[in-house]
Design a protein around this ligand. Structure first.
Ligand code: UD1
Ligand code: MG
Length: 460
């Protein structure tokens, strides 16, 4: 269905549930899926429709949720008296708003913008429905509310499972939980909802029967049951994570990345992969990773908060931490950790290094075992390495320190002072060679052992 001139949109996200079954100090909706709190997934899906207003309904004392959903305002539902009561808590925040209002749940993070759009579009139907409900046909309808229709697709009522007759329980079409309302009529409908039901709660679902009794049309839009899987326990959290990972992996591949063994690649909701990116098995993406075209990420890498430019090769076994910026065509190899550091085009750190709080110039070569000593126990300090510099293996760069462009640092150095451009720094004990010294040492050792054990010296 195409929409005419669209009315303004508001979204209400219900998140007041205590989530007792999570057995957690953290409010349920702050548990993460694909590296992002559940409630943010709902907000992101809503955000895709560019709503004019968004309100999140929370329980008392859920300040952490308030922080997580900022800059959107929260409304506090003082007591959990049912979904209609929860929506009513948002009334003040939507004062004067009369467009479309979509209600979604903070604990169903798989909802897509397409589904929200379908609900909104249905609001524009010719019969001007006061309420549009997302319906689904799950394999196991279980305790979901059942949608009672008149046979022509018009919705008459939603009956909660506990209040349903045997006949109603046999209905396969269920309430997924998402609803779109005409904001101009919504508050009046909600004011008329009572709590005379099995749970003694104010059911948002009763808005349908109330609307029908006032002669307003109501509609169902059918959507995929897989999108409204809710999370009430950690087992369900893991299941939702699995479903979302599958979706993210498929999308990554559809957009031109090769996942050699997709099931072992862990993505974050905001992972951005360019074309012809190749990702080996067992790679983990935390939040905030952007990978440009043609990058190769070999097996067993752990990445978070990093930008990787085109043509770079990462891993195997690399760890890129927040603030890392890997330039074009860089190589970052095994057991290299990079944190808050920029590597210029073509720079290489192939083995066993820590590069933190640093800038590495173009084509610089960081030898195996190079460590930027960025922390003195109190403060962090920066290391600057110029373009084309060569850092020998097993070098400690004691920050703050800089190595100039084209400079060479000898292997095993402990660099504590500036190395100018094109200079050679050797900061280690000078080697002494004593002719025959090795043999003499051996003889002395053997003699000492013989004196102690009382046996004649033998062998080597
Ligand atoms: C609700 C629907 C049911 C539907 C199901 C889909 C009602 C009455 N029933 O049932 O028809 O099939 O969702 O999953 O709406 N919440 C609050 N404050 C409250 C009560 C709930 O914020 O006072 C929030 C919860 O945190 C949750 C959401 O609203 O995010 C839904 O509440 P929940 O208790 O899960 O409703 P269900 O009984 O599952
Ligand atoms: Mg529920």
């Amino acid at each position: 269905m195409t929409s005419q001139a669209q009315r303004p949109l508001a979204c209400i996200v219900l998140a007041a549930g205590k989530g007792t079954r999570m057995k957690s100090r953290l409010p349920k909706v702050l548990h993460e899926v694909a590296g992002r709190p559940m409630v943010r997934h709902a907000l992101d899906a809503a955000g895709d429709l560019a709503p004019e207003r968004v309100v999140v309904v929370v329980g008392p004392g859920m300040d952490a949720v308030r922080d997580a959903v900022a800059p959107h305002p929260v409304a506090v539902q003082a007591e959990q008296r049912g979904t209609a009561d929860a929506v009513l808590a948002a009334r003040g925040a939507l004062e004067g708003f009369a467009g479309d209002v979509i209600v979604l749940y903070g604990d169903t993070p798989l909802v897509t913008p397409e589904t929200l759009r379908a609900l909104r579009d249905a609001r524009a139907a010719a019969d001007d429905p006061a309420v549009v409900v997302l319906g689904m046909r799950p394999d196991e309808p279980g305790a979901y509310g059942r949608l009672v229709t008149d046979g022509t697709g018009r919705l008459e009522a939603i009956v909660e499972f506990l209040d349903a007759s045997e006949e109603q329980r046999a209905i396969g079409l269920c309430n997924a939980g998402l609803m779109a309302f005409d904001g101009a009529r919504m508050w009046d409908l909600l004011d008329r909802i009572g709590s005379d039901n099995a749970k003694g709660e104010f059911y948002l679902t009763d808005a349908v029967a109330v609307a029908r009794s006032l002669g307003h049309a109501c509609r169902v839009v059918e959507g995929p049951a897989g999108e409204v899987v809710g999370v009430n326990s950690r087992v369900e959290l893991a299941e939702v994570e699995r479903l979302l990972q599958e979706r993210l992996r498929r999308r990554a591949m559809e957009e031109g990345a090769t996942l050699v063994d997709p099931g072992t690649v862990w993505l974050a909701a905001d992972t951005r992969l360019g074309r012809d990116v190749v990702i080996g098995p067992n790679v983990f993406f935390g939040p905030g990773v952007e990978v440009a075209d043609g990058v190769e990420i070999l097996a067993f890498c752990h990445l978070e908060g990093v930008r990787i430019a085109e043509g770079a090769r990462i891993g195997p076994f690399a760890r890129l931490r927040p603030g890392a910026e890997i330039g074009p065509d860089c190589h970052v190899g095994n057991f290299v950790e990079v944190k808050n550091a920029r590597l210029g085009r073509g720079a290489k750190a192939n083995h066993l290094s820590y590069i933190g709080d640093a800038a590495v110039g173009e084509r610089a070569n960081i030898g195996a075992g190079t460590i930027t000593c960025n922390y003195d126990g109190y403060l962090k300090h920066r290391t600057e390495i110029g373009a084309g510099a060569f850092i020998g293996s097993n070098t400690a760069l004691v920050a703050p320190v800089s190595v100039g462009a084209g400079a060479v640092v000898a292997a095993g150095s402990v660099v504590t002072a500036e190395v100018p451009d094109d200079a050679l720094a050797i900061a280690r004990g000078r080697q002494r060679v004593l002719d025959g010294g090795g043999a003499r040492l051996r003889e002395r050792g053997k003699a000492a052992k013989a004196a102690k054990t009382g046996q004649a010296p033998s062998g080597t």
